[in-house]
Design a protein around this ligand. Structure first.
Ligand code: S3P
Length: 173
């Protein structure tokens, strides 16, 4: 394992564009990209809705924090986190340490209606399965202060192309 830390970690609500923008940041910086949701599904060999359904959210959060903590050292690429990940204490603490080490936590603050529309298009988000808009807004109210506390870069994505938002992050990373 190397001493590398991620070039940037992207946080934000479902539908904020973390995966797309994270891929663009990685390609601008010419480094690897990882998405915690994809890594969880690969490790568990199943889809996220199945994990929620069969084992519950608590079990999902344990797997999620384990996967993310594994990338906070020894991975020098760009990492996107699932929207709820920073709400887990161990992930929150790891992100605080990462910022102290000089890392970049970028919070993608998207326009709520645009993010809700994007998040609702994917069937892979069990927390938004019914009443997506209302749930999204409730989670946003809970999470926004945590995202803002953790981030040392806030990117307002409204009116920006994914590549413009990515460039903003890459310039800081
Ligand atoms: C979640 C967001 C999802 C995924 C899981 C839980 C959340 O990731 O980790 O469904 O709690 O908001 P995205 O933010 O990529 O949708």
């Amino acid at each position: 394992m190397t001493n590398a830390i991620p070039k940037a970690v992207l946080i934000g609500m479902p539908g904020a564009g973390k995966t797309r923008i994270g891929q663009d940041v990685a390609s601008v910086l010419n480094v690897e990209f990882k998405d915690s949701d994809v890594e969880i599904e690969a490790r568990e060999q199943t889809k996220i809705p199945q994990i929620f359904e069969e084992r519950g959210e608590k079990a999902f959060r344990i797997i999620e924090s384990d996967v993310i903590l594994g990338f906070m050292h020894g991975f020098g690429g760009v990492l996107s986190l699932g929207g709820g990940a920073p709400m887990t204490d161990s992930v929150c603490a790891a992100l605080e340490r990462y910022v102290d080490e000089g890392g970049v936590v970028a919070y993608l603050d998207a326009d709520p209606s645009e993010a809700i529309a994007r998040a609702s298009r994917s069937g892979n988000r069990p927390l938004l399965a019914d009443g997506a808009a209302k749930k999204w807004r409730r989670l946003y109210a809970e999470r926004k202060p945590v995202f803002e506390h953790l981030a040392n870069l806030i990117v307002h994505t409204k009116g920006k192309t994914p590549m413009q938002a990515a460039q903003n992050i890459a310039d800081t990373a």
